[in-house]
Design a protein around this ligand. Structure first.
Ligand SMILES: [Zn+2]
Length: 190
């Protein structure tokens, strides 16, 4: 069995890897492993490069020097949040609904991590990410900032210094993000 976080509602589901179609037990949205994995990849690139590393590159530029830093990986929790916010931009979904999905996902991540603690496993969300998502839920200003960053990402960062844009996204990721709108779930379920 493999766990997967629904990108339409934030519910944690389990399914066999050999299943042709996988269905969310809460919102009944149906997808496939290849489609889910493709969404995960795009969201992972977006958050890792377009949000986390963008800030580091901007700080480098402001200081006029390269600060060495370690690549920070992101997990399925932030990938899910990326999609919730993307759908809120492309489909006009309200903050309330995004928040409900984030609450479900963050609770699922916490529960999953606790249950799986003793086994070798990949967490659904790191403790740091869980804190970050909790802050988004509690603070509309933080949410607005994240929403702006996601929006800039899926638009290819038009107003951002090209040096930062290239360093943060690169041509490959830029192309991949252009498809984000096409890959986004159709809607979110409260
Ligand atoms: Zn769902």
């Amino acid at each position: 069995m493999a766990a997967w976080l629904c990108f339409s509602c934030g519910t944690l589901n389990n399914a066999l890897k050999k299943e042709k179609r996988i269905t969310c037990g809460y919102c009944q949205v149906e997808t496939t492993w290849p489609k889910h994995d493709r969404r995960r990849k795009v969201a992972n690139d977006a958050v890792k490069w377009g949000i986390v590393h963008r800030k580091l590159h901007e700080a480098d530029l402001a200081k006029g020097r390269k600060v060495s830093y370690k690549l920070r990986e992101v997990t399925e929790l932030l990938e899910a949040v990326f999609w919730f916010i993307t759908v809120s931009i492309t489909g006009g979904v309200t903050y309330d609904i995004v928040k409900a999905c984030c609450v479900r996902a963050v609770n699922a991540a916490r529960e999953y991590n606790q249950k799986a603690k003793k086994d070798a496993f990949t967490p659904i969300g790191t403790p740091r990410e869980i804190k970050e998502v909790e802050a988004l839920i509690a603070d509309p200003e933080k949410y607005e900032q994240m929403r702006r960053e996601v929006e800039e990402c899926i638009k290819g960062m038009p107003g951002v210094d090209p040096r930062v844009r290239m360093a943060a996204l690169g041509r490959k990721a830029e192309a991949s993000l252009r498809t984000a709108k096409l890959l986004a779930p159709e809607k979110l379920h409260r």
